[in-house]
Design a protein around this ligand. Structure first.
Ligand code: PNS
Length: 164
């Protein structure tokens, strides 16, 4: 039984993230999407809202669960009984960002392996930051985030319009 953890901020989840989760669910026996709860960095959505958004869009994948975590990823993984970290790579700049993180996680706990999955080329330009910009300026969100979440993201954008 190989359990993988797919960690991230997911503020909000994009179609690129969802594509990685779906492909991981075919490769691993169990996948836990781990939403970082960082009290020092608030996003558009609370960790609880992000978990519920992700649960909504992975409901058809029976071996995927969603949790939030605080503190070190490797400690959360111990609680989950998982040794595999999945990271999606869109570009070499993602690799530059991810490489030190993989090495720190290895240093913290040598039983943890980071495995990289190439993002689907359809979504190689996509990020949660870009989604928020598009929503803020009322652009079309179709194809960027799961359609079930479009209303929620548009509504939340209204709260930040004054800050443009
Ligand atoms: O989607 P993101 O913001 O790139 O995800 C970053 C994340 C959540 C994977 C990373 O910040 C993380 O693992 N945070 C938990 C704290 C930790 O374990 N840090 C040690 C590795 S740098």
């Amino acid at each position: 039984m190989i359990k993988a953890v797919y960690p991230g901020s997911f503020d909000p989840i994009t179609k690129g993230h969802l594509d990685i989760i779906r492909r991981c669910s075919y490769v691993f026996d169990e996948v836990t999407v781990a939403v970082l709860n960082n009290p020092n960095k608030t996003g558009w959505f609370s960790p609880e809202e992000r978990v519920s958004q992700i649960e909504k869009v992975v409901s058809a994948l029976p071996n995927v669960k969603v949790k939030s975590f605080t503190g070190l990823l490797v400690d959360f993984m111990d609680e989950e009984g998982s040794d595999v970290i999945i990271k999606g790579l869109r570009s070499t700049s993602d690799f530059d960002y991810e490489c030190p993180m993989a090495l720190i996680n290895k240093k913290l706990n040598k039983s943890k392996e980071t495995m990289f999955m190439m993002s689907n080329s359809k979504y190689s330009y996509l990020s949660s930051t870009a989604v928020k910009q598009v929503a803020l300026f009322k652009g079309c969100l179709q194809g960027l985030i799961p359609s079930e979440l479009e209303f929620e993201v548009r509504e939340r954008a209204k709260k930040y319009e004054g800050e443009i």
